[in-house]
Design a protein around this ligand. Structure first.
Ligand SMILES: Nc1ncnc2c1ncn2[C@@H]1O[C@H](COP(=O)(O)OP(=O)(O)OP(=O)(O)O)[C@@H](O)[C@H]1O
Ligand SMILES: [Mg+2]
Length: 234
């Protein structure tokens, strides 16, 4: 039992944003641990080689390492109920994170969208899936716009919310926001959330502001309540 309840809806689009080191992946790992306890299916597309999100200690969670010069049949991935995907060091030194996303993770998102049902899809570094801050990448856009019927619940993690396409931003059902420091971000968020600056002042490092744009309701999840069951490698 967790110290604080977090709702794991059947379907949602969650956006998680904060600077590097703020605690996005740590928090997401905690959320997925709750989902795991409820028997939910998930896939995590991580971009980190060693300092990944963890969770591999959970029984039944499969770890897939993407290696260079190996052909993968992504249509098979829909058969895994709980999967963490990470790149190898060799792959990253060859094609970088952008190559990983372009040649592996975007095709995986396409396959999931076509064939998978009732799954939580965690997308790390979601800003990199978009051609620009004004244009949404089509793989993310189709999930955000049409994932609901298939109960494909997307959790998109990004460092820079002001650079995230507005089209996608507006689809979010829930926002999990860490303390912000950059004036441009503060300005942007103040337009969406009344009293954001004051709420932001109340946040400490690793605290999370949960915001629901439909009901305009929010709460602060204190960092002490975010306790991981499995090791976070980040
Ligand atoms: N609630 C918390 N309690 C204790 N430690 C935390 C908490 N949240 C995060 N941390 C610690 O802060 C560090 C950074 O967290 P995390 O890896 O989640 O950052 P991040 O936002 O994902 O950064 P990046 O954008 O670089 O991936 C980790 O070492 C983690 O252990
Ligand atoms: Mg992270």
């Amino acid at each position: 039992m967790a110290l604080i309840d977090i709702e794991i809806p059947r379907w949602s689009i969650d956006l998680i944003y904060g600077n590097t080191g703020s605690g996005k992946s740590f928090f997401t790992g905690w959320l997925i641990e709750q989902a795991y306890e409820q028997g939910r299916r998930f896939i995590i597309l991580d971009t980190k080689v060693k300092n990944h999100i963890g969770l591999v200690a959970l029984k039944g969670v499969k770890l897939l390492k993407i290696k260079p010069n190996v052909r993968y049949d992504f249509s098979k991935l829909v058969n895994y109920d709980q999967l963490l995907v990470i790149p190898t060091k060799g792959l990253i030194s060859k094609i970088g994170v952008d190559g990983l996303i372009e040649y592996y993770y975007k095709p995986i998102l396409n396959e999931l969208f076509k064939k998978d049902r009732d799954k939580i899809i965690v997308v790390e570094e979601a800003h990199r899936y978009n051609p620009s801050s004004r244009t949404a990448g089509k793989e993310l856009e189709q999930l955000f716009r049409e994932g609901r019927d298939a109960k494909l619940y997307t959790i998109a993690i990004t460092q820079s919310i002001a650079d995230f396409p507005k089209l996608l931003f507006r689809q979010a059902q829930r926002h999990f926001i860490f303390k912000h420091y950059i004036p441009n971000d503060l300005f942007y968020l103040s337009k969406m959330i009344p009293d954001f600056e004051e709420l932001n002042n109340q946040l400490r490092q690793h605290d999370v502001l949960e915001f629901n744009p439909k009901s305009m309701s929010y709460r602060i999840i204190r960092r002490e309540y975010i306790i991981r069951r499995t090791r976070h490698y980040g």
